[in-house]
Design a protein around this ligand. Sequence first.
Ligand SMILES: Nc1ncnc2c1ncn2[C@@H]1O[C@H](COP(=O)(O)OP(=O)(O)O)[C@@H](O)[C@H]1O
Ligand SMILES: [Mg+2]
Length: 252
Amino acid sequence: MDRNSKDLRLKRDGKRRIVLPKPSSKRFYGHGIPGIDVHQLGGKLIVVEGADGSGRSTQISRLVEWLEGCGHATVQVGLKRSTLVSEELEQAKQGNILSRTTMSLFYATDFADQLENRILPGLRAGSMVLADRYIYTLMVRDMVRGMDEHWLRNLYGIALAPDAVFYLSVSPEQLVQRNFAKNFALDYWESGMDLGLSRDMFDRFLKSQALMAQHFQRLQAYYGFTIVNGDRSMDEITLELRQQIESVLSGK
Ligand SMILES: Nc1ncnc2c1ncn2[C@@H]1O[C@H](COP(=O)(O)OP(=O)(O)O)[C@@H](O)[C@H]1O
Ligand SMILES: [Mg+2]
């Protein structure tokens, strides 16, 4: 079998169809992590971004099931799951005591730890790494709090550019419903309580979401995410994500 037809060989199992991953060139956004040879990163980094309640967890677990069913090893990562600084982060969030810059650097440290200890090793092992949020959410949270976009871009120059970034775009009305269905109360940080935007909780939530969405749009123009209409049914969204990932796997 020549190389081309091997690359395009399809695995079939019932309705499932997937193309074996084709190597793609990887790059860091900026300075990256010293001593990392990007040519050794055989896996794919797929990022799912979106507001709280946009359906990231739902979609990621469906994608993991699908990918594993197709024989791909998967690794799941998310923000703030690192053991290095997460305890300190939790404490800092409780008291809202740290300065904006210190908080930014805290989150960036947490991210760097995840990148070095989970994401890069996963990719080196050839896995599909699924990230529940990435640097963009961290940047947007900081931008909303007045941090400079250029400074943040430089800070997150450490990050590997993903093979695909999907932003689940969900209307504020849907977000309110889904967050209430899930938590019965809006999360303190998602409702922008620390921003002092408005007294009314819904109003505050909507304003804060609108602000976040606005900043995401700015980042979208720079980093070029794929915007996915997240107002549709779970199945419709999964189908679109699968199709997009299939073309990532075939190197399109
Ligand atoms: N496309 C969808 N349509 C309707 N409800 C959804 C959809 N996707 C997710 N949900 C529901 O919304 C809530 C939040 O979804 P979840 O996947 O936990 O979001 P996230 O991880 O982005 O916070 C859950 O109750 C989930 O069942
Ligand atoms: Mg979730």
